[in-house]
Design a protein around this ligand. Structure first.
Ligand SMILES: [Zn+2]
Length: 86
């Protein structure tokens, strides 16, 4: 089990350029049923963010979790366990 550090990204909710550093478990991507995989992250101001990470551990999309659209609720449910472990 190894962690992979993603490229730092700007929190879309802060709106002031706050950089977020995230490490995810390599297996989260390797064992994903489909990619990009939705993973949750938190910025330093406690905004919950959903990242869509592809097979190369690159972030394809970033959403604020509370604004996630209906069709993405399933992926959010799947990451709830992970979220509660933060
Ligand atoms: Zn933020």
């Amino acid at each position: 089990m190894a962690n992979v550090r993603l490229n730092p990204f700007t929190c879309p909710t802060c709106g002031n350029g706050t950089l977020v550093n995230v490490e995810i478990d390599e297996d989260t991507i390797k064992n994903a049923e489909r990619l990009p995989k939705a993973v949750t992250a938190k910025c330093s101001n406690d905004h919950i963010l959903v990242l869509y990470v592809d097979g190369s551990f690159k972030i394809r999309d970033i959403e604020a979790a509370l604004n996630a659209s209906e069709d993405k609720k399933d992926s959010l449910d799947q990451t709830e366990d992970w979220l509660s472990g933060l």
